[in-house]
Design a protein around this ligand. Structure first.
Ligand code: TMP
Length: 254
């Protein structure tokens, strides 16, 4: 029997009631899915590594003033987060063509984009997360125009920060997906970064070899997914061996 009340179970994570009102415990599973759950598998150790990577990135983003839901890591697979109302939109930023953009528009994977491109997808498993425009988002009330503005501004800051962070450890940030939530405090509401940032929702390519260090290894049956996630954590200097105080900083590549 679970010691806490489960409030939500997704494909890669479970949310439990937190110790105080307004908090949740986010548990990272090793389960991996792709193509809206059609492909299922396990990447051994993924949950532990994603918990650590997401903690590390959200902490740094908090340090530069990006509001996030993250409070603190609790153990190998769990972190304490603020309870937010998730905006039902997946926000994708692309710096280099890959994945569905390449398929949709016939642009070869690896082509640098003239500028970073933001895309929105409506979060709906039944509809297979269709791509939507700002018009759809405001017309159907999924987010207001002001919220979209805040989301775009935060997403571009996150992209700039992560691009530099990964470049410093020899990794090209091709694209990634983020989700945002509404944090209600007193009479106030603000948009904060939620969910996770990890190799599950980023495309990360080695700068020299273009080797994929992300979930595409699982999506495309390439093998070596667990090793790739491990390599990202190793380069960030946050392998799960010691406690948080044993974490090194990132390993700067020449
Ligand atoms: P895409 O090229 O398949 O649209 O994916 C763009 C980025 O978003 C890529 O880094 C993977 C990530 N992503 C998710 O995190 N969840 C999803 O359900 C999908 C489709 C993509």
């Amino acid at each position: 029997m679970s010691r806490r009340k489960q409030v939500y179970e997704g494909k890669a994570k479970v949310l439990y009631e937190g110790p105080e009102p307004g908090t949740l415990v986010q548990y990272f599973k090793d389960d991996a899915t792709a193509f809206n759950n059609q492909k299922k598998g396990v990447i051994t150790g993924k949950g532990v590594i994603n918990n650590r990577i997401s903690e590390y990135i959200m902490t740094l983003l908090g340090d530069i003033g990006v509001p996030t839901h993250f409070l603190r890591r609790l153990n190998m697979r769990e972190q304490l987060i603020k309870e937010v109302e998730i905006v039902p939109i997946e926000v994708v930023v692309r710096n280099v063509a890959a994945g569905s953009l390449s398929t949709r528009l016939g642009i070869a994977e690896g082509t640098n984009l003239p500028r970073s491109i933001i895309e929105f997808f409506y979060k709906s498993d039944e509809l297979n997360d269709p791509m939507v425009s700002e018009e759809h988002i405001t017309a159907f009330g999924w987010a207001t125009a002001q919220e979209i503005d805040d989301i775009i501004a935060l997403t571009l800051r996150i992209n700039d920060f992560l691009t530099g962070l990964f470049l410093g450890i020899g990794i090209r940030l091709i694209d990634f997906k983020v989700e945002f939530g509404r944090l209600y405090q007193n009479d106030d509401m603000r948009i904060v970064l939620a969910d996770e940032i990890s190799p599950d929702n980023c495309r990360l390519w080695d700068i020299r070899t273009n080797e994929k260090l992300d979930k595409d290894r699982f999506r495309r049956d390439m093998g070596g997914a667990a090793e790739a996630y491990h390599e990202v954590a190793r380069r960030l200097g946050i392998l799960p061996e010691g406690g948080p105080r044993d974490m090194k900083g990132p390993e700067v590549m020449q």
